[in-house]
Design a protein around this ligand. Structure first.
Ligand code: FE2
Ligand code: FE2
Length: 182
């Protein structure tokens, strides 16, 4: 695991005289391992672009292992409920993101004039709203969910049911930029 916010969190707790339990440590480690997974996948992509295919493979192997660790921690901290519980959890997470977290981040990025961050926050904000709606629909139809394919825009994360025939409504990317999700 690398780049973990875990040690910073532990340091902060220590300074404030709070003792972290194993449950807290599981949460912190889950965060760190999850970040390490995405970090290594991003590094693997870069290594492939630079022609270092063996190193890309190593990054992907370590990323897969970090996922195993993250799942172990998540399961042991009681993070996984029934699918109905999990959908409700997912809806509240997405809703928090598009109603509170991203709107605040967007405003701050505007104030700072950080256009690159602003784009990243704005597209994520729009997509999280769509995720919440898709989860709501899935929850309402649980047990009778229609069989559909999902496609995700590789530029902005826009998530849709069915086939992409037109450019991405959020970022304008061509349909060829969409990945089908199995
Ligand atoms: Fe989302
Ligand atoms: Fe997009």
């Amino acid at each position: 695991m690398i780049y973990d916010p875990v040690n910073r969190m532990k340091e902060d707790f220590k300074l404030r005289g709070i003792c972290m339990s194993s449950k807290d440590n599981l949460k912190a480690a889950f965060t760190g391992e999850s970040m390490a997974n995405r970090t290594y996948l991003a590094f693997a992509k870069k290594a492939d672009e630079e022609g270092y295919h063996q190193i890309a493979k190593l990054f992907r192997a370590a990323a897969a292992a970090e996922t195993v660790h993250a799942f172990n921690h998540f399961q042991r901290m009681g993070g996984i409920g029934t699918t109905m519980d999990n959908l409700k959890d997912a809806i509240s997470g997405e809703t928090y993101e598009f109603t509170k977290m991203y709107p605040e981040f967007v405003e701050e990025a505007k104030k700072e004039g950080d256009k690159r961050a602003l784009w990243s926050f704005e597209v994520a904000n729009k997509v999280e709203r769509i995720h919440a709606a898709l989860y709501e629909k899935a929850l309402n139809e649980i047990g009778q969910n229609e069989e559909v394919d999902y496609h995700v825009c590789s530029v902005c994360g826009y998530t849709m049911e069915g086939e992409p025939h037109e450019k991405c409504p959020i970022c304008g990317a061509a349909p060829s930029k969409f990945d089908k999700i199995d």
